[in-house]
Design a protein around this ligand. Structure first.
Ligand code: FMN
Length: 193
């Protein structure tokens, strides 16, 4: 089993989510599969293909088959992981568009979740997720934070029960302080597990 590390910061240097995500995966000490949504953005999807992928429809149109193959690959990466590490910079109070595109590709009825009479049930057997959210100042957990709680909801929706937040909000001080406090939160989360 391995760690799936998802990067979505547009900053390739000096990114708080990238720095903390790297510290976390090195601390976990397991094999890591990394997907960088900023450096290798997912291809755009047509309106028709998006609806069909979401509905887990089947047809032979080439663009649909390409999107289906990509969605299957992304879901396989999740299935092979026991830990998911999501690095999410806050952009305009939410998540980067690249990360939303990944979410739209991995949430598939009958594949990663099922609707039941008791409500949605996640189908991906990932043990744990870490959500690292960085902001320029917006406090994590505040009413302006539409990033971290949304990501926790998606993790639980696909069946990840244990979700830990690493708060890298700019409201915590200088970049050095944000990183130091983020590393401390990671150490504490790993000690507690
Ligand atoms: C397009 C864009 C939108 C942003 N919107 C917000 C925002 O709504 N609230 C906030 O506190 N910071 C905002 N920021 C600042 C980033 O969240 C902050 O720089 C954070 O550290 C980015 O994560 P990173 O260090 O991993 O790149 C924004 C930055 C960019 C580039």
């Amino acid at each position: 089993m391995s760690v799936l590390q998802i990067h979505s910061s547009a900053r390739l240097e000096g990114s708080n989510t990238r720095i903390l995500s790297q510290y976390l995966v090195e601390s976990l000490g397991q094999p890591v599969v990394s997907r960088d949504l900023a450096q290798q953005p997912l291809p755009s999807i047509s309106a028709e293909d998006l609806i069909d992928i979401h509905a887990s429809a089947e047809h032979s149109q080439p663009s649909f088959q390409q999107q289906l193959a990509l969605s299957n690959q992304l879901i396989d990466e999740l299935k092979e992981a026991n830990t998911l590490v999501l690095g999410a910079p806050m952009y305009n109070f939410g998540i980067p568009a690249s990360l939303k595109q990944w979410i739209d590709a991995i949430c598939r009825a009958g594949v990663s979740f099922n609707y039941t009479e008791q409500g949605p049930v996640g189908l991906l057997g990932i043990q744990r997720a870490f959500i690292i959210t960085a902001t320029g100042g917006t406090p994590i957990g505040s009413e302006m934070d539409f990033a971290s709680r949304y990501l926790e909801h998606i993790c639980r929706f696909i069946g990840i029960n244990e979700v830990s937040h690493i708060d890298a909000s700019g409201s915590k001080g200088s970049p050095e302080q944000v990183i130091a406090q983020g590393k401390q939160q990671i150490d504490n989360a790993l000690l507690a597990s």
